[in-house]
Write a protein of this length. Structure first.
Length: 190
């Protein structure tokens, strides 16, 4: 009976997460005008983490704040973008002028052409939503969670608009918690 209940609980969590994903994917677009506030909040964290020399940002896909301006603001740091190869995420070196290409399996994901993999000290991670405890609702593929489960010493900043910051998200054992959640109005250390 316990196995059946555990399986039912897992199925219920998957259904709830899928429902939330659908809600946030189909929500009206949020104006990017608050993105500079989010970028400044992240820059404040970067300034207080001088040991973080390699930073991963992302190219927005689902109405996410655009963090690429951080590259120009931090010329003495190395930057990388996520890249999915054979189902595994790596972080490939990237500068603003570098060309990108769409991932064949995930067409919204723009990846650097570079195969120069870097191990970031800091991951700036988008999400459909985050909660106040630092948990993330992603797209459901588990790439960031799998990467972080193998690389424990990386600092993480979850990024979303305040409208997508929830009191609590349903979580599973494999979900990784962020060190910080940043919106246009707040920096939350979890």
């Amino acid at each position: 009976i316990l196995v059946r209940l555990t399986g039912m609980k897992k199925l219920a969590l998957m259904i709830i997460k899928d429902t939330l994903r659908q809600k946030f994917r189909t929500a009206p677009k949020i104006s990017q005008e608050t993105t500079p506030s989010i970028t400044q909040n992240i820059q404040n964290i970067i300034d207080h983490l001088p040991s973080c020399q390699t930073i991963s940002v992302y190219l927005p896909m689902h109405n996410e704040p655009d963090m690429t301006s951080l590259i120009a603001q931090n010329p003495n740091k190395k930057f990388a973008l996520p890249k999915v190869i054979n189902g595994e995420m790596i972080f490939a070196e990237y500068q603003n002028s570098d060309q990108t290409a769409r991932n064949i399996k995930f067409p919204l994901l723009q990846e650097p052409l570079s195969h120069n993999a870097l191990l970031p000290d800091l991951l700036i991670i988008p999400g459909l939503a985050f909660d106040l405890k630092g948990y993330r609702l992603g797209l459901g593929k588990g790439h960031y969670d799998r990467y972080l489960s193998k690389n424990h010493n990386i600092k993480t900043i979850g990024v979303c608009f305040s409208k997508n910051l929830l009191q609590r998200l349903p979580t599973e054992d494999h979900d990784c918690k962020m060190d910080y959640i940043v919106t246009e109005h707040s920096i939350i250390k979890t």
